[in-house]
Design a protein around this ligand. Structure first.
Ligand SMILES: Cc1cc2nc3c(=O)[nH]c(=O)nc-3n(C[C@H](O)[C@H](O)[C@H](O)COP(=O)(O)O)c2cc1C
Length: 209
């Protein structure tokens, strides 16, 4: 008897890839299908997030998994407002692939089936420069885990001008700040692959600058 095969998407998502393959091909994928992402993948991504280092092992993170269409619409509207504010006075935007895909994400933000908002404990203070060093390693682990599971994602904070409004909308306590919002879904017509980067030599110094 033929056994039922899992759908192709699930087969891809369960595939294991090597660490360096993940690092060398992780990039911002902003076009996603509406198909739901299984809970176990969302949990796996967050499990990867909490394996990251943090100063003094303080683990200053909280994760909000957002699937509610209304909540997603709210986040999308803050993102659109922040984008429109930034565009004012800069009517000519560069017509690059990156900008087009960023615009697509902004216009379709709420259509990602799931988002993870990563929050940082700051005690209520506005985060100082080095505070990010205890949260963004976690975010990068999550992006790599999403890549490992064949899921598209991208770090966003283009909405940060409206971070206080987002905190209010989602009931985030005053002691925390929203640090990164990851829209996650199955890639729609886009693929992971080597990111465009300057050659290493152009950024490398030996023994002194
Ligand atoms: C701190 C930070 C904030 C970012 N914010 C946004 C964002 O708000 N919207 C977006 O579409 N991409 C955002 N990105 C993704 C970058 O635009 C993207 O990583 C960069 O252009 C390089 O592209 P690649 O990751 O595909 O190589 C952000 C990335 C970082 C590290």
């Amino acid at each position: 008897m033929r056994r039922n095969k899992p759908p192709m998407q699930a087969q891809q998502a369960d595939a294991n890839i090597g660490l360096f393959e993940a690092i060398d091909t992780q990039r911002a994928l902003r076009y996603v299908k509406p198909d739901p992402v299984p809970d176990r993948y969302v949990r796996r991504i967050i499990e990867a997030g909490i394996k990251a280092p943090s100063g003094g092992n303080s683990q200053p993170w909280e994760f909000i998994v957002i699937r509610d269409p209304e909540a997603k619409q709210k986040l999308a509207s803050f993102y659109r407002r922040a984008w429109a504010d930034a565009e004012q006075g800069q009517p000519t935007q560069p017509d690059t692939v990156n900008h087009r895909s960023a615009r697509h994400l902004m216009e379709h933000f709420a259509s990602a089936p799931v988002m993870i908002l990563v929050c940082l404990y700051t005690g209520g203070e506005n985060p100082a420069f080095y505070d990010g060093s205890s949260i963004y390693p976690s975010v990068q682990n999550m992006l790599l885990a999403a890549r490992g599971l064949g899921l598209a994602s991208v770090l966003t904070n283009g909405w940060s001008k409206y971070e206080p409004e987002i905190r209010a909308a989602l009931g985030i306590p005053e002691q925390y700040r929203a640090a990164a919002l990851l829209p996650i879904g199955y890639p729609d017509g886009v693929r992971y692959g080597p990111p465009r980067r300057d050659p290493l030599e152009s950024h490398l110094h030996t023994d002194r600058w």
